[in-house]
Ligand binder design. Structure first.
Ligand code: ADP
Ligand code: MG
Ligand code: ZN
Length: 479
């Protein structure tokens, strides 16, 4: 990036995240809320902003927003109020956006970051200031000589999640977005697809001399990848520190990110909230949620990612393994299901996180009972670990039994010891120098002899049998 960060200045970061809710229709009308339809084919008088059209609140959007708020540990306001936020933009057909202002759906939530979860350091908790429900805008498409507007997105339900400025590094900011994405996907509230814009992130950043008062902040809009977030924060951190160091003041403004140049640039100076002329939305009643209904939603929440992490860590899995396993629902479900078969956790975790994850698309390429059989075949010594991977390749995406396929294809460890014995003998006699070194104390060479035996048996020797034979030959100077 070219700029060096001044260690004397600490970054202070808060996120504003917009997530599209997985509803069938838009927030205030019956138009489909799908992605990728031909431009301006998901429109009606309401979402086109025609005069006199009246909004009707989408019940499913409210349920999903409440679920998200509860999943992020927010308090749910007994009454939340819809507000008109006025500004002019070509992709904002009404000239205002329906959102929530002083009375949002949720307040005072938390995001748990996985940092240090297997050490004595406690989980880092980032505070969520608010979560509210609002409508998305349309999309402007810019060409060299003209611009086009697609209103399909106008009126799609969004939640906006605002964190307090608790984040202290670019990595932490990107982890926080990752965790929020994880929570929303776990709750099946948002599909989390950042490329399609289902999840978008604005980053607020200021710098200060270590733990002094907060400095004035800049908002960088539309950072729609984890990498952009880290790079943009790094750039701003250096830019702002440089301004302060040379005695200047950071201008509060809204900036954009130019990925090609690796720089932020000024979009506009900061608009204060009273420039939006916020007024209560006259066409919608305040949203009053019954306590009982909210409690019912709370009771229906699944296990949350931070809870899964705790549970997995207690099984003795490494931090990285825990994070890999819990980041996709199908992977987590598969692991949990296999665990019910009473097998050893770390072996299953390794197999799932490497072999299975490698060629998986959106879902599990194998069933729990099949994994159970594969593991069982190895544990009982019928096949080697290498053969197990081969067998996995044959049974994945089928309903076939690994045990049966192993029999049909004649896959098993060389059971009769005499074959393994002959191979071991060949390996030992043809490696006199290595044998000499081994006997002089280079016991680590056992790995070399085993590898040779495995190579010459195409990996089908039972490793326990081969090791025993080799040891006998090498230690007892039988050859
Ligand atoms: P606005 O409505 O203008 O966007 P908010 O008060 O709602 O302003 O703050 C928006 C975001 O800015 C929040 O994520 C908050 O954490 C963050 N923020 C506020 N003050 C600072 C600061 N001094 N440095 C960095 N981020 C900040
Ligand atoms: Mg803002
Ligand atoms: Zn519509």
């Amino acid at each position: 990036m070219g700029m060096v960060t001044d260690p004397g200045y600490e970054p202070v970061i808060g996120l504003e995240i917009h997530a599209q809710l997985r509803t069938r229709t838009k927030l205030f009308c019956g138009c489909l809320a799908d992605f990728g339809a031909a431009p301006n084919t998901r429109l009606c008088p309401v979402c086109m902003g025609l005069p006199g059209a009246l909004p009707t609140l989408n019940r499913q959007a409210v349920a999903l927003a409440v679920r998200a708020a509860l999943g992020l540990g927010c308090r749910i306001g007994a009454r939340s109020v819809f507000t008109r936020k006025h500004y002019f933009y070509p992709d904002l057909p009404k000239g205002y956006q329906i959102t929530q202002g002083d009375f949002p759906l949720g307040t005072d939530g938390t995001v748990h970051l996985a940092a240090g979860m297997d050490s004595s350091v406690l989980e880092r908790v980032i505070r969520v200031e608010r979560l509210h429900l609002e409508e998305d805008t349309g999309k402007s498409v810019h060409h060299a000589e003209y611009g086009l507007v697609d209103l399909n997105r106008a009126g799609i339900p969004l939640i906006e999640i605002v964190t307090l400025p608790d984040l202290r590094s670019s990595q932490e900011a990107s982890d926080c977005l990752g965790e929020i994405r994880n929570v929303l996907m776990r709750l099946e509230v948002c599909d989390g697809n950042m490329e399609e814009g289902s999840l978008r992130c604005d980053v607020n950043i200021s710098v200060r001399k270590s733990s002094g008062e907060l400095g004035s902040r800049v908002e960088v809009k539309n950072l729609n990848s984890f990498r952009f977030i880290r790079r943009a924060i790094g750039y701003e951190q250096a830019r702002q520190a440089e301004i302060l160091r040379s005695g200047g003041q950071v201008q509060p403004e809204t900036r954009g990110w130019n990925e090609r140049e690796g720089k932020t640039y000024t979009l506009r100076s900061k608009v204060s909230s009273n420039d939006y002329r916020m007024v209560d939305e006259p066409d919608l009643l305040p949203l009053d949620l019954s306590r009982d209904w909210v409690r019912k939603q709370q009771a229906q929440l699944p296990e949350l990612p931070y809870q899964t992490r705790k549970r997995y860590a207690s099984l003795g899995l490494s931090r990285d393994m825990v994070i890999t396993l819990h980041s996709q629902k199908w992977l987590m479900d598969l692991f949990d299901e296999v665990m019910e078969l009473g097998l050893e956790p770390s072996g299953i975790a390794n197999f799932l996180a490497t072999e299975v994850l490698r060629d998986a698309g959106q879902g599990a390429p194998i069933r729990a009972w099949q994994v159970g059989e594969l593991m069982g075949l190895v544990a009982e010594g019928t096949i080697s670990g290498k053969q197990m991977k081969e067998l996995y390749g044959w049974v994945k995406s089928t309903d076939e039994s690994p045990r049966q396929v192993a029999v049909e294809r004649g896959l098993r460890c060389v059971a009769d010891e005499s074959t393994v014995f002959l191979v071991c003998e060949r390996v030992v006699t043809s490696n006199a120098q290595m044998v000499h070194k081994y006997r002089q104390g280079k016991k680590g060479l056992m790995g070399y002899f085993m590898a040779e035996v495995m190579k010459q048996t195409q990996g089908s020797a039972d490793p326990r049998v081969a090791t025993a034979i080799l040891q006998r030959m090498l230690e007892e100077e039988q050859v």
